[in-house]
Design a protein around this ligand. Sequence first.
Ligand SMILES: [Zn+2]
Ligand SMILES: [Zn+2]
Length: 272
Amino acid sequence: MPANILTEEERNKDFKKTEYFRYDIGTHQVRFLTPNAVLKYTHWVLDRYSIECLGDDCPICENNERLKLEFPTDYKKQRGYNGQQRTHFLNLLDRSPIKTCANGHQNKSINGKFYPTCTTCGVVLPKEYTPANIVKVASFSEANMRNLVNIENAILNKDQEVIGWTNYDIALIITKPADKKVITPQALTQFSDPVEVNPDELYDLDTAVMHLERDEIKALFQGIDLRDIYRARYTPKATIEDATMSLVGNSSIEFVEQETKVQLELDNLFNS
Ligand SMILES: [Zn+2]
Ligand SMILES: [Zn+2]
């Protein structure tokens, strides 16, 4: 193996891929692992990405302000208006039943029923299923978070104290009655077994939302591909030159490491 190719383990050493909870239609059984969700201000951009709002320095908010001045009554309907959203992040343990196919793909049940074959590769699924038990990052809109907090506040112990959602499972029932998915949460207080998760498995929620700098956001809106924006972060011009001049020098290893990091970050974003 050439010296400058990193093993899977080396590649992942400094970079843990974030596993995001997917809001697939059906019933999911989860245990929240974060007592208090972490609030981030975000924008949903290009119909594809949720990115962190930069507050006073946010070019999207600046554009919103311009539209507000120009169209005081119906600025929200203007093309280009992109409201700031409150998004709540937490770590959860996905305990939904899954069947794993012979090729290692995990298949979730939809309302307790499984497809007969793997949805990824088509092989017949086994009869047995197990809880997924995978730590994931979930994000909830302001309205969904309010529903969840209401549920939490309604589940009390004998002394009328709030038990806290880390102590029982919650069903997230996802439906799509019209063009938007709806999340209906339900407390499953009969599932109150203590769960033990290694703290290393929890994700840093402060980095759970994509953060772009002001110039990068502007570039994204000018049509620059997100991959190129990320690539530019890791490829200072001198390094590219050094890397092309010497195939085995340290700088080329550095270059490969940077490219690997870019690829990992991009895989992370595009799989979510
Ligand atoms: Zn903003
Ligand atoms: Zn499969």
